[in-house]
Design a protein around this ligand. Structure first.
Ligand code: ADP
Ligand code: MG
Length: 362
């Protein structure tokens, strides 16, 4: 096992890149600590697979280095890196039995058959495929093929990192939930570094201790699920995480205060960002309260969606849509209401980046 460091990494699939737009990865400096459970989260096309393939050695980056425990492995082929990679679609040998498929990565490295047996039966039990061990892989359902593919990634005991590239894409929804919790349990048991790639926030937040959020070839934030929820470093993270995502409202900054449609919005604390880039207020729907009378921002309710555990209210103020998540009583469409933002959770963004800091005692 090792610490993995990506230093000054850039990658272009274009042999003669001219500008930033030609780079699938723009500039990545990132350290994956030994034993961590990481998720790499971002929309399709943002560079997640490119990044994984550079770590595993399937791709050589255009610029920069990959270091395992400070040793430069940038030029090493995948087989020399001691990495297990599980892909989006199952990679198994159809003609072999499930047992032989799971045993393959170990036999390939000359492990004794008694070790092979111990590891294979252990992994099979964990993935609940014990009764399939004697079956030929060709006869399995797509779900089970992918389970075996994951098992092949997990069966070795000597890997630097296990990487999963959107492994649950082909898995049935109810099984997804189960496998995800299994992976988390497994991480706690084996303590190997794991990098789990997904575009699904729920998968990322349930699996990982640390989530790396990517957008357009760049890392925008690294943090715990709570940090990403509570203090998005960028409005992109605010939008991408949460359901619905953070409300982002255009504003003017005057004398250190934020004004939305001419009304002052109390921020968490002082404005820190300098310059006069596009200013926005960010507040999550969870921290917006709604009342019929009282103080706050006058708004009109447009829609109310009852989604079981809570209600999502969509209101409009100064031509902007604002969501509020409410437990219990909620207004109805057409109502005139007052919206109140929890001050300690009201942030300022400039050009997309967080530009306020918590006030005293916050
Ligand atoms: P993700 O895994 O986040 O969906 P990828 O790493 O696959 O994203 O892709 C990042 C960008 O690089 C995308 O714009 C994609 O079209 C491009 N890309 C990926 N693979 C190749 C390739 N083999 N050749 C050219 N462009 C590629
Ligand atoms: Mg991908």
């Amino acid at each position: 096992m090792a610490q993995i460091k990506l230093s000054n990494l850039r990658h272009s699939y274009n042999p003669n890149p001219t500008g930033d737009d030609d780079y699938a990865l723009k500039k990545i400096d990132l350290t994956w600590e030994d034993g961590g459970a990481y998720a790499l989260l971002g929309p399709s096309g943002c560079g997640k697979s490119t990044l994984l393939n550079i770590i595993s050695g399937l791709l050589v980056p255009s610029d920069g280095q990959v270091l395992f425990d400070d040793q430069d492995v940038t030029a090493l082929p995948p087989a020399k890196r001691n990495i297990a990679q599980v892909f989006q679609f199952p990679v198994i040998y159809d003609t072999m039995t499930v047992y032989d498929n799971l045993a393959f990565p170990l036999r390939n490295r000359g492990r004794d058959e008694d070790i092979v047996k111990r590891r294979v039966t252990g992994i099979a039990e964990m993935l609940e495929v014990t009764e399939m061990l004697g079956t030929r892989a060709a006869n399995l359902s797509p779900d089970n093929k992918q389970k075996i593919s994951m098992g092949r990634g997990l069966v070795r005991e000597d890997v630097n990192v296990v990487m999963f590239d959107e492994p649950l894409t082909v898995i049935d929804p109810h099984l997804k939930w189960k496998l995800r919790s299994k992976l988390k349990e497994l991480h706690q048991r084996v303590k190997a570094t794991m990098i789990y790639v997904t575009h699904d926030q729920t998968e990322a937040l349930t699996f990982a201790d640390q989530v790396v959020v990517m957008q357009d070839g760049e890392v925008v934030q690294i943090g715990t699920p709570v940090e990403l929820f509570e203090r998005p470093a960028h409005t992109f993270v605010g939008h991408f995480i949460g359901s619905p995502g953070m409300n982002v409202l255009p504003c003017d900054v005057k004398d250190g205060g934020a004004f939305f449609g001419g009304e002052q919005i109390n921020l968490e604390g002082p404005v820190t960002g300098t310059g006069d880039g596009k200013a926005e207020v960010g507040i999550r729907p969870e921290f917006v309260s709604v009342s019929k009378e009282g103080t706050g921002l006058a708004a009109q309710v447009r829609k109310v969606a009852d989604i079981g555990r809570h209600k999502v209210v969509e209101a409009v103020a100064h031509d902007s849509r604002i969501h509020a998540i409410l437990e219990g009583e909620a207004p109805t469409a057409g109502d005139a209401v007052m919206l109140d933002f929890k001050q300690s959770q009201t942030r300022l963004y400039k050009d997309g980046w967080l530009a306020s800091s918590p006030g005293e005692g916050a």
